[in-house]
Design a protein around this ligand. Structure first.
Ligand code: UD2
Ligand code: MN
Length: 581
């Protein structure tokens, strides 16, 4: 279904590309550069949505570009196991400083070989898979980096060269996004100049990851672009499945499974079971999900591609022409964030597919926390919402009142792109691609901060210690802050008080026999202990017939919401507010 949609729509843009290419071919032929043509030809004539135009079979080695040097058995972390150095004094301090600077234990990373092996983390069936090596498109691997540590960056490069079949790798393009660290200057250029197929280009101002990647892409000679972050390690056989899939279907954008490399121990985690797919919550934060049954029944085997509503963002392969046809990236996005959801929406809404290949695994170091400022992420998300989400952007704004005020620049070109490609609307995306995501009702007057009338500006608040584990803690009262997030609730027509800024969504509940409000996961059929009646400002727990009241905690000045017999007190009155005004 996806393929057909893409095929119908693509030719117009492509035709123009083909005309340009024909003109270029004529010029080159005149200049006697016929030899160049043979390697470039396949790229320009490809039809998105259909198998690649056959190109003359190529020859080349199936072995990796570089052999992996032998490592001694006792080399640190040589097989991806966890390492904890027994340090004290100066060394311990240096390790802590390295974590402070990079939010990654680069002191340890520097002591682990740049050529280490990884434990097998793929489904054993992947080893049996056969590939059309001679026919597969070649790829340029594009890696943008900003102030990355030496060893994590170099390990990424070596790992690509030591795992990618020579015949499939056109080149590795490193894009320095205007880093200011000494080790990334001449020393890096020198180190890389000794490596085959590696090119280094430098931005002459800080571009942010979107434009840095595009800078790399603009120089790429491969038929496929494969993007990686600059702190990755590729698992054996990671590249072939990506290219094979794009060879079969050019409008497929394919991600590897992202395995976790621990920022502190450099352990290579991950498992060979079913990968997770990408989603998002209504704050437009990327989330991971198990594969839904509707997708599982479509898979022909456990190692078939899995369609995913969204991608994490850093690691994917795409046919270069198709990427350009789709409008590459939104160059109005700065630094970090938002581009992954924007691209995901665009791929699906404009006729492509976004998939994860279970046989392609790549490790990624998730830092302890963000190593550089990501304050531009909000504007990037707003751009994505403004261009792709139609009226559903309101659901996002309700949960991020501040986003409405964010200057996001001009998106008219991106909207034109959407019109030109005749992309489907967001409702189609939600219904077809991501039906698991519940669309909030957001009835006027029934969402936002839930403020108590008897107290001065205090709101219901839920602050789970772990974003990924939202059940089980107590709901509290906190000064209203008006930024959505932990104070955003929606009262639904099913009588739930949903905490639906996150995925999966929480619902306020009362544990039987207690007066305490806690968070539980919402259910398909609403459990009795999650039902509340909001009437004339009173919030009645239906099961116990008691009212939610702001109760003074141990005669201090702090209050908690608890169930009490209903009175008419203002401490039992609640009202929703959308923002602080
Ligand atoms: C995730 C993605 C990342 C990107 C981001 C959303 C994965 C594994 N990672 O965050 O690729 O999609 O979500 O935007 O899916 N960089 C620059 N210039 C900058 C900032 C970053 O070149 O101004 C580089 C950076 O060095 C790295 C890449 O862009 O190679 C991604 O940045 P990150 O690793 O800080 O993002 P991450 O993994 O937290
Ligand atoms: Mn990263």
């Amino acid at each position: 279904m996806w393929g057909r949609a893409a095929r119908r729509r693509c030719p117009r843009g492509l035709r123009r590309g083909r005309e340009a290419l024909l003109a270029l071919l004529a010029l080159l032929a005149l200049a006697g550069l016929g030899a160049v043509l043979r390697t470039r030809r396949g790229a320009g004539t490809a039809q998105p949505g259909s198998p690649s135009t056959p190109r003359p079979p190529r020859s080349g080695r199936r072995e990796p570009v570089l052999p992996r040097p032998e490592l001694s058995e006792d080399a640190l972390g040589a097989r991806g196991e966890a390492v904890r150095l027994p340090l004290e004094g100066v060394e311990l301090r240096l390790q802590q400083e390295s974590i402070q600077l990079h939010q990654i234990n680069t002191y340890l990373s520097d002591r682990i070989s740049l050529h280490r092996r990884l434990p097998e983390r793929w489904n054993p069936l992947c080893k049996e898979k056969k590939y059309d090596f001679e026919n597969l498109p070649r790829t340029s691997v594009v890696i943008a980096f900003y102030n990355e540590a030496w060893s994590t960056l170099l390990r990424t490069v070596y790992s690509v060269l030591e795992t990618s079949p020579d015949i499939l790798l056109e080149e590795v393009i490193l894009v320095d996004d205007y880093s200011n660290r000494e080790h990334l200057k001449e020393r890096l250029a020198e180190e890389l100049s000794a490596l085959p197929k590696v090119r280094l280009i430098r931005a002459n101002k800080r571009e942010g990851l979107v434009r840095a990647r595009l800078l790399g892409a603009s120089m790429a000679r491969g038929e496929v672009l494969t993007f990686l972050d600059c702190h990755c390690e590729c698992h054996e056989g990671w590249l072939e499945p990506l290219l094979q899939r794009i060879y079969e279907k050019e409008s497929a954008v394919v991600c590897p499974v992202i395995d976790v490399i621990d920022w502190n121990t450099f352990e290579y985690l991950g498992n060979s079971g079913e990968p997770q797919i990408g989603g998002f919550d209504w704050r437009l934060v990327f989330t991971w999900h198990v594969v839904p049954d509707r997708e599982r029944i479509q898979m022909r085997s456990p190692i078939d591609v899995i369609r995913s509503p969204t991608m994490a963002g850093g690691l994917f392969a795409v046919n270069k022409n198709y990427f350009e046809y789709l409008g590459s990236y939104d160059t109005g996005m700065e630094v970090w964030g938002g581009e992954n959801l924007e691209f995901s929406f665009r791929i699906w809404q404009c006729g492509g597919t976004l998939e994860i290949h279970p046989c392609s695994h790549v490790g990624h170091v998730f830092p302890k926390q963000a190593p550089y400022s990501r304050s531009k992420a909000l504007a990037n998300s707003v751009r994505a919402a403004e261009v792709w989400m139609d009226e559903y952007k309101e659901i996002y704004y309700h949960r991020n009142p501040h986003a409405r005020m964010e200057p996001f620049g001009d998106v008219s070109e991106r909207r034109q792109l959407r019109a030109k490609l005749q992309c489907k609307d967001f409702k189609w995306f939600l219904d077809t691609v991501y039906p698991e995501l519940r669309v909030p009702e957001d009835r006027p007057g029934f969402f936002g901060m839930l403020q108590n009338k008897g107290l001065k500006r205090h709101c219901l608040d839920y602050n789970p210690p772990d974003e990924n584990q939202i059940e089980g803690y107590q709901v509290i009262l906190y000064p209203c802050h008006g930024t959505g997030q932990n104070q955003f609730f929606e009262y639904t027509s099913q009588k739930e008080i949903r905490y639906n800024t996150r995925q999966p969504e929480g619902c306020i509940a009362v544990e039987v026999g207690t007066d305490v409000l806690i968070m539980q996961l919402c259910k398909e059929t609403v459990p009795e202990n999650q039902k509340f009646i909001l009437e004339d400002g009173s919030l009645v727990h239906e099961q116990s017939k008691k009212c939610v009241q702001a109760v003074n905690k141990d005669s201090s000045n702090s209050f908690v919401p608890l169930l009490r017999e209903c009175t008419n007190s203002d401490h039992q009155k609640w009202f929703f507010k959308e923002n602080m005004s």
